[in-house]
Design a protein around this ligand. Structure first.
Ligand code: 5AD
Ligand code: FES
Length: 372
C-alpha cells in the first residue's frame, strides 16, 4: 500500500491504489455507526482516516452539520482570545515561542492591559475570555488574581485558561479563583509520536495527568491536537479520535500544523485544510455536543478555512482580543492571520464571514449543551 502525498489535500495517509469510491465504501458504514452513537476501535478509526477523500469528507460534513444543528442550531459561540504573554519554559519542537527561539520578541501583558482587553471585548459582545500564554508565564497566585479581577467585573462571563501544565493544587487554586474552563491540547495521544515532537524533559504521562486532574477538579476541559504534524501517522490520528471518545472533553481544538521559523520543524510541510475539516466532522460525530472551534490555523492555510470549518461541524470561533502591538509577537507559527486588525474590525469581519456561511454569532457564555 503506498502512501504518497495526495493531490486533493487530505494529507499523506491515503492509500493511493484505492479509488475514491472504494474509500467511500469503506468509510460509509463506519460513519453510519458513529452517527448512531457507537464506539469504534482504534483500527476502525484508522480505516476512517485512511479513507479520507472528497466524497467521504463531504458525507461526514453533511452529517456533522446536521448533528450540530440538532443541538446548537446555527449558533456560533465567540471566545475573546487574549494572548497574555509569549515567555515559555517549554521547548516543543513545533512551536515558535519555544524557549530556545532567541529570535522571539518576548512580552508579558500587565493585569491592567488584560482587563482593558476584557473591557473592549465585553462591549463588543464577548462573554468568554480565553487567557492564553506560554507555560510558566505568571506565578499561580498572579493568575488567580487576574481571574478574580475579571470575574468580579464581569460575573456574567466565563474565563478560560490556556496556560499549560501545572500541579493539581495549582489548577485547584485557579478553579477556586473562578476560572470556568481550561484548554490543554493533548497534542497527540500516541506516546511514541509525542516523544518525537517534544524534548525528552516533556512527558506524555504528565500531560495526561494534567487533563485528568482538570476534569476531576470540575473545569470544562478542552484537549486537542495538530493535524499533519511531523511524524504523525493515520494510527496516531486514530488514537487521537479514540482518546476523544474515551476522555469525553467539553471542548477540542484542532488545526493544521504550520511550520514556524527558527524551530526544529521550520522546513517541514504544513498540514492540510482538507484533512483538518474531515477530522472536525468526525469529532462532531464522536461527541455531538462538543464545543469545537474553527481555528485561526485553519484560516491561515485556507483563506476560507474558518467558514469551511463551521460547515464541517465546528461551532466556536476565537477572535483575537490581544492589543494589536503584541499580536505579531505571539507567533506560534508563521503567516498567522488577524495580526493587524483592531479587535472591533476582527469581530466585524468574522460576523460577516459567519453569516455568509449560514450561521450567526450569539452574545452568550456559550457553555456546552449536554446531550446525554
Ligand atoms: N502550528 C500549528 N499549531 C501550533 N501550535 C503550536 N505550534 C504550532 C504550529 N507550529 C498549537 C499547539 C498548542 C496550541 C496553543 O497551538 O497545539 O497547544
Ligand atoms: Fe511553550 Fe510548547 S513551546 S508549551
Amino acid at each position: 500500500m503506498t502512501t504518497e502525498p495526495d493531490p486533493c489535500g487530505f494529507g499523506f495517509f491515503m492509500p493511493m491504489k484505492n479509488s475514491e469510491k472504494e474509500k467511500f465504501n469503506t468509510a460509509f458504514p463506519l460513519i453510519e455507526r458513529l452517527c448512531a452513537g457507537e464506539k469504534l476501535s482504534v483500527e476502525e478509526y484508522r480505516l476512517l482516516i485512511d479513507s479520507a477523500c472528497e466524497e467521504t469528507a463531504d458525507y461526514a460534513a453533511k452529517l456533522a452539520d446536521k448533528k450540530r444543528r440538532e443541538i446548537y442550531g446555527t449558533d456560533v459561540y465567540l471566545r475573546g482570545l487574549i494572548e497574555i504573554g509569549n515567555f515559555c519554559r517549554n521547548d516543543c519542537f513545533y512551536c515558535g515561542i519555544r524557549r530556545s527561539n532567541k529570535e522571539c520578541d518576548r512580552y508579558r501583558l500587565t493585569e491592567e492591559q488584560i482587563l482593558a482587553c476584557c473591557d473592549e471585548g465585553y462591549s463588543l459582545g464577548y462573554r468568554t475570555f480565553v487567557l492564553q500564554g506560554g507555560e510558566g508565564i505568571f506565578p499561580t497566585g498572579e493568575i488567580c488574581g487576574i481571574v478574580t479581577g475579571i470575574k468580579e467585573k464581569y460575573p456574567d462571563c466565563a474565563v478560560t485558561l490556556s496556560l499549560g501544565e501545572y500541579s493539581y493544587e495549582d489548577y485547584k487554586k485557579m478553579f477556586d479563583a473562578g476560572a470556568d474552563r481550561y484548554l490543554l491540547r493533548h497534542e497527540t495521544a500516541d506516546r511514541e509520536h509525542y516523544a518525537k515532537i517534544h524534548p525528552p524533559e516533556m512527558s506524555f504521562d504528565n500531560r495526561m495527568r494534567c487533563l485528568a486532574d482538570l476534569k476531576k477538579i470540575g473545569f470544562q476541559v478542552g484537549c486537542g491536537f495538530m493535524v499533519g504534524s511531523p511524524f504523525q501517522t493515520s494510527l496516531s490520528l486514530a488514537k487521537d479520535l479514540k482518546f476523544i471518545e474515551e476522555f469525553r472533553p467539553e471542548m477540542c481544538g484542532i488545526g493544521p500544523f504550520i511550520p514556524a521559523a527558527n524551530t526544529p520543524f521550520e522546513n517541514e510541510r504544513a498540514g492540510t485544510a482538507g484533512l483538518t475539516l474531515y477530522l472536525l466532522s468526525l469529532i462532531r460525530l464522536i461527541k455531538p455536543d462538543i464545543l469545537l472551534p474553527s481555528t485561526t490555523a485553519l484560516g491561515t492555510v485556507d483563506s476560507a478555512g474558518r467558514e469551511k470549518g463551521l460547515k464541517a461541524g465546528a461551532n466556536v470561533v476565537m477572535p483575537n482580543l490581544s492589543p494589536v502591538e503584541v499580536r505579531k509577537k505571539y507567533a506560534l507559527y508563521d503567516n498567522k492571520i488577524c495580526t493587524g486588525e483592531e479587535s472591533a474590525q476582527c469581530r466585524e469581519c468574522l460576523d460577516r464571514r459567519i453569516e455568509s456561511a449560514g450561521y450567526r454569532t450569539v452574545v452568550s457564555r456559550g457553555d456546552i449543551k449536554r446531550n446525554y
